[in-house]
Design a protein around this ligand. Structure first.
Ligand SMILES: C[S@@+](CC[C@H](N)C(=O)[O-])C[C@H]1O[C@@H](n2cnc3c(N)ncnc32)[C@H](O)[C@@H]1O
Length: 194
């Protein structure tokens, strides 16, 4: 698609950033498109951890990974991304992706929320490797999404020692989805401080 949706743009950007052996996290597995992309890029010696609160999302992601033969590289958790820091060490994760909102084709009332997303984002910044990347795709086109998107954008602006970027489509009506990126500029020694 041209211009690319923020999700496609994110995948293109990450192609040059993820390497064989990396650890990546998909904080919102959904139908598994992002998990599959990450699993491909981390290679045979890498690993992906993926979270979603919905059984249907975990099943859809598992099916996609199995049919593409990438399931061995991925650990799936049916739990909130608020718990992601219990599954990876500080300074160990190269890329963490959040694709916010609801599961396409499912109940739109089961969606990411600003409080949980902010909690998980704060934890994510501690997990990133030096040079690691935090990526969030925001959907401000509906009222809850607008509030969440605003909160996430403020969070990104408040991040010290990170390079931040924002990419967006231009909406012909309503508000267009956008991509936020942050690269961790902290050194490993700083990560180890209490
Ligand atoms: C837009 S979809 C993700 C799309 C997905 N990355 C893909 O490639 O298909 C958003 C997902 O976030 C999930 N979600 C909502 N709250 C969550 C939470 N607290 N922790 C983890 N996942 C959550 C929803 O169940 C939904 O499946």
């Amino acid at each position: 698609m041209f211009p690319p949706h923020p999700t496609d743009l994110l995948h293109t950007i990450l192609l040059g950033e993820i390497h064989e052996g990396d650890l990546a996290i998909d904080a919102t597995a959904g139908n598994g498109h992002d998990t599959l992309f990450l699993a491909r890029e981390v290679g045979e010696t890498g690993a992906v951890i993926a979270f979603d609160i919905q059984a249907a999302a975990i099943e859809a992601t598992r099916n996609r990974l199995e049919s593409e033969k990438f399931i061995e590289r991925v650990t799936l958790f049916q739990k909130s991304h608020c718990e992601l820091s219990t599954h990876a060490d500080h300074g160990s994760v190269k890329v963490i992706v959040f694709n916010l909102g609801y599961l396409p084709g499912a109940d739109r009332n089961i969606a990411t929320t600003a409080p949980d997303t902010l909690e998980a984002l704060a934890a994510s910044t501690r997990l990133l490797t030096p040079g690691g990347i935090l990526a969030v795709i925001c959907y401000p086109g509906h009222p809850e999404g607008a509030e969440e998107s605003k909160a996430v954008e403020s969070f990104f602006h408040s991040l010290p020692n990170h390079r931040i970027a924002r990419y967006s489509l231009v909406a012909t009506k309503g508000s267009a989805p956008f991509l936020l990126l942050a690269r961790n500029g902290r050194k490993l020694s700083a990560e180890k401080l209490p």
